[in-house]
Design a protein around this ligand. Structure first.
Ligand SMILES: Cc1cc2nc3c(=O)[nH]c(=O)nc-3n(C[C@H](O)[C@H](O)[C@H](O)COP(=O)(O)OP(=O)(O)OC[C@H]3O[C@@H](n4cnc5c(N)ncnc54)[C@H](O)[C@@H]3O)c2cc1C
Length: 383
């Protein structure tokens, strides 16, 4: 497999790196402290083409592919994991899913605004009693003469209370099992009966808004359905295949930030008359972080490159391997970076505490580490 980046991919990577270093980094700690989300930054990222990477050109995208998209998400997450989330909330979740399953009218209505960062997006699967077991969701859409009526609640939805639109997964025909699940494109701010409540007290990802959504007799038009009635589960799994990949790429970014911080500190801090970097145990810790980071990166690039070879072929197990390994490696790297920083790692003076809080999210979102292992083991066992 050839991992030499094309000129286009290098340009996208360098643009994302420069943006993160010049636009996000200067206020990253202050924004974290204030739990500040900046909608204007989503627009800036849109203007730079970050959210058009996997979107076809006639809809405003650049179509440079999943490898370029992954590398950009990685670059942004190196500086701020929170700011890696819009890659999913704008592009890989809503925009790409509408591109794959939507009507021409839906594509034109939603995709250009999402990838330009002019409209904010979200996708809603999780419910108070539905996490890993997606099929157990309770939210329903009942068909009426002029559309559907939504009832139920979603929780832990990134960007929901700021979102203009969202992909909402519900049951239209519960008696048919997962074949009775459907996906709707919902205009979040225009429909009576939809309310959101921000989840203020998260463990990390402080600059990425998260919320609960309540649907109380929310009436949506008939043409809000994405794909066919009953296609929801299939659409959801196809979407997760891509959002998961981006999540893995972000985990690689955080892993690298941990490695760099640990290397810098181990050279700067002196104990027993020499820099920490000269102690063999510290060298072993750095070597382990380094190897795991390189391995995670290769797994992510392989999954992304294979997606680019055939966009419609599902490479679910490859994506799961990458996501599982990159998430675990990022958490391990953050843990080690904190150890190497000693008490300073436990303060806000250094960012490693933030890296650990943010890295933990990768073991949960887009399917927990156990869920990834379920997918991998089923593939390995041929089940
Ligand atoms: C910051 C953040 C942002 C999020 N954004 C979104 C979003 O935008 N949209 C959205 O829909 N959701 C979102 N989520 C929700 C996320 O996708 C879910 O939290 C995740 O799917 C896990 O579900 P759960 O938390 O209910 O855990 P549970 O499913 O209750 O799992 C709890 C534990 O049990 C384990 N477990 C469960 N089932 C099994 C099994 N069969 N075998 C072995 N172990 C098992 C899990 O691995 C986990 O360790 C977000 C979550 C967070 C933290």
């Amino acid at each position: 497999m050839d991992f030499d980046f094309s000129e286009e991919q290098i340009l996208m990577r360098d643009t994302a790196r420069k943006f993160a270093e010049t636009q996000i980094a200067p206020t990253v700690e202050e924004d974290e402290e204030a739990h500040r989300f900046r909608p204007e930054r989503v627009k800036q990222m849109g203007e730079l083409g970050f959210f058009g990477a996997v979107i076809q050109e006639d809809l405003g995208g650049t179509d440079v592919g999943h490898l370029a998209a992954s590398v950009m998400a990685e670059e942004v997450a190196k500086v701020s994991a929170s700011w890696g989330l819009p890659f999913n909330m704008q592009m890989n979740g809503p925009a790409l899913t509408i591109q794959r399953f939507g009507t021409q009218e839906q594509k034109e209505k939603y995709i250009p605004a999402l990838i330009a960062g002019e409209a904010l997006g979200c996708f809603a699967i999780t419910e108070p009693n539905t996490g890993s077991d997606v099929a157990s969701m309770k939210t329903t859409a009942k068909e009426t003469d002029d559309g559907f009526v939504l009832n139920g609640a979603k929780t832990w939805i990134s960007q929901a209370h700021v979102a203009d639109m969202g992909l909402v997964y519900v049951y239209t025909d519960k008696d048919k099992g997962v074949k009775g699940m459907s996906c709707f494109i919902v205009d979040m701010k225009k429909i009576p009966g939809i309310s959101t409540v921000p989840i203020e007290k998260k463990f990390g990802l402080f600059c990425s808004p998260t919320s609960e959504i309540f649907f109380e007799d929310a009436r949506i038009p008939k043409d809000a359905i994405l794909g066919k009635r009953g296609d929801g589960f299939k659409i959801c799994m196809a979407m997760l295949d891509v959002t998961r990949l981006s999540c893995a790429a972000r985990a690689v970014g955080v892993g690298e930030a941990c490695l760099k911080a640990a290397i810098a500190y181990s050279k700067e801090r002196t104990q027993f008359g020499k820099p920490l970097a000269e102690f063999q145990m510290i060298q072993e810790q750095i070597a382990t972080m380094y190897v795991e980071h390189e391995a995670a990166k290769l797994l992510v690039y392989r999954a992304a490159a294979n997606k680019d070879k055939n966009v419609d072929a599902r490479n679910t197990h490859e994506v799961s391997i990458a996501k599982y390994f990159a998430a675990e490696a990022a958490v391990a790297a953050a843990n080690t970076a904190m150890k190497i920083h000693g008490s300073y790692g436990y303060s806000n003076e250094y960012p490693v505490g933030r890296f650990l809080r943010d890295a933990k999210s990768y073991q949960i979102v887009e399917g927990t580490s156990n869920v990834q292992k379920m997918i991998i083991s089923r593939h390995a066992l041929g089940l």
